[in-house]
Design a binder for this molecule. Structure first.
Ligand code: UD1
Length: 418
């Protein structure tokens, strides 16, 4: 069992480079199946969700060659549907993408029920709605989802809720369908745009990604390509908050500042100094932190994946702040862990009310999910004394070498084997 041990109270200072986006890398790695060809994917983050995705691709019959730790050549010519094991699929939410790529390429899919972080119910009704609109039928039996079709025909899909996963799957299932598919009320996240750019580089016609109407003109075949993943906006945002929480100053490189706008705006409102340039931001503590109200929303709103990290900073800011969760029904499991560190947080419905302004105490805490784990690291870095974080596997699902990156910025942090 591994733990992270932090001796907190030191400001983070220096330069950190942001890795490739987890939420772009996972759909793009799965989408290589649609090409029946060889793709080279660059700027892939070194995280366990990527290792798991590559292992699932191998189970599906793809040949995966590591060119270097962030570049993979993937040959999907021999891939087949229905081969991914429940043991792997159940570990990750992005396994839902196996449905879209198998249906898109083979006309049928068979996948175990996907896992992932526990934020309450995570239904897939909108994914199924998209597949059915394209002419497929769906069956859920014995823990497996089966989707079959004689022929996929382009159609009109209107989502009842804005879903990243359902938008990705609708695009992936329709790129090789006959005719045009129009996806309305689509998610607008930068990783949707990155997936569309990848598919277009492979010869697809996906237009409008980044807006809420996406048009896919089906084509007969895609070809392989070389493609570099965009930087991870959530990793960048996590370092931005860590800089402010530790009263430090960080230059955060390899970012797209436009993707960080909602985070930058809230930090400025809290009186944190943020300077932007073409591909970096400099974030520094400006002498005080003032509390704010935040509501998480689909992009371009404040990201739900920054919710726990933002709460950590709000515990340190003067006054009362409120953070309202607008995407997932249960993202507040981190609150109990913060209470161990002396935080004063009350949850009422979808809102956490945070009485800030007191330093956090070091304590033993758990990483209850990926982003909650990042929040525990931020809290531990800010608190005087020794914080031990248990159940850290979830942090490694989405943060590339976080311990060594933080060490290079002056943190006293170790990963230990117990
Ligand atoms: C993706 C991200 C995750 C992020 C989330 C929201 C990946 C691998 N994961 O998750 O990090 O937190 O977007 O930005 O990219 N919903 C339905 N029916 C559906 C699908 C979703 O009701 O069929 C609801 C969900 O319960 C949730 C909301 O829609 O309340 C948004 O979920 P969604 O955008 O689908 O999240 P994921 O794609 O699972």
């Amino acid at each position: 069992m591994e733990q992270i041990v932090i001796n907190g109270g030191r400001p983070l200072v220096g330069t950190v480079e942001v890795s490739g986006s987890k939420n772009a890398a996972l759909p793009i790695l799965f989408a290589t199946i649609l090409t029946s060809d060889i793709c080279t994917i660059e700027n892939v983050p070194e995280i366990s969700d990527v290792s798991l995705t590559l292992e699932i691709l191998r189970e599906m019959g793809a040949k995966v060659k590591e060119i270097d730790k962030n570049t993979f050549e993937i040959d999907t010519r021999e891939a087949q549907s229905g081969r991914s094991s429940y043991e792997l699929v159940r570990q990750m939410r992005a396994s839902t993408y196996i449905m879209g790529v198998e249906l898109g390429r083979f006309g049928n899919a068979k996948v175990g029920w996907p896992g992932g972080c526990n934020f309450g119910l995570r239904p897939i009704d909108q994914h199924i709605k998209a597949f059915e609109a394209l002419g497929a039928s769906y069956e859920n039996a014995n823990g497996f989802i089966s989707i079959t079709s004689d022929k996929l025909i382009g159609s009109s899909i209107y989502f009842d809720t804005v879903s990243v996963g359902a938008t990705v799957n609708a695009i992936m299932a329709s790129v090789l369908a006959e005719g045009t598919t129009v996806i309305e009320n689509a998610a607008k996240e930068p990783h949707i745009v990155d997936l569309a750019n990848f598919l277009n580089t492979c010869g697809a016609s996906v237009r409008g990604a980044g807006t809420d109407v996406i048009k896919v003109n089906g084509c007969k075949k895609l070809h392989g390509c070389s493609y570099a993943i965009i930087p991870d906006m959530i990793e960048a945002g996590t370092y931005m908050i860590a800089a402010a929480a530790t009263k430090g100053k960080l230059k955060i490189e390899n970012v797209i500042p436009k993707h960080l706008e909602s985070i930058t705006a809230k930090l400025c409102e809290m009186q944190v100094d943020v300077e932007e340039d073409d591909d970096f931001v400099i974030v520094s503590y400006g002498g005080k932190l003032v509390n704010v109200n935040v509501k998480t929303q689909p992009y371009p709103g404040f990201p739900t994946d920054m919710h726990p990290q933002m709460s950590a900073l709000m515990c340190l800011a003067q006054g009362t702040g409120r953070i309202t969760e607008g995407v997932f029904e249960n993202r507040f499991r981190y609150v109990e862990e913060f209470a161990r560190m002396g935080a004063s947080i009350e949850v009422a419905g979808e809102t956490a009310i945070i009485e800030g302004g007191k330093p956090l105490n070091s304590a033993p805490v758990r990483a209850v999910d990926l982003r909650a784990g990042a929040a525990m690291i931020i809290a531990g870095l800010s608190a005087n004394g020794k914080t031990v974080i248990y159940d850290i596997e979830s942090i490694e699902r989405g943060y590339d070498n976080i311990v060594s990156k933080l060490k290079a910025l002056g943190a006293d942090i170790e990963k230990i084997e117990v």
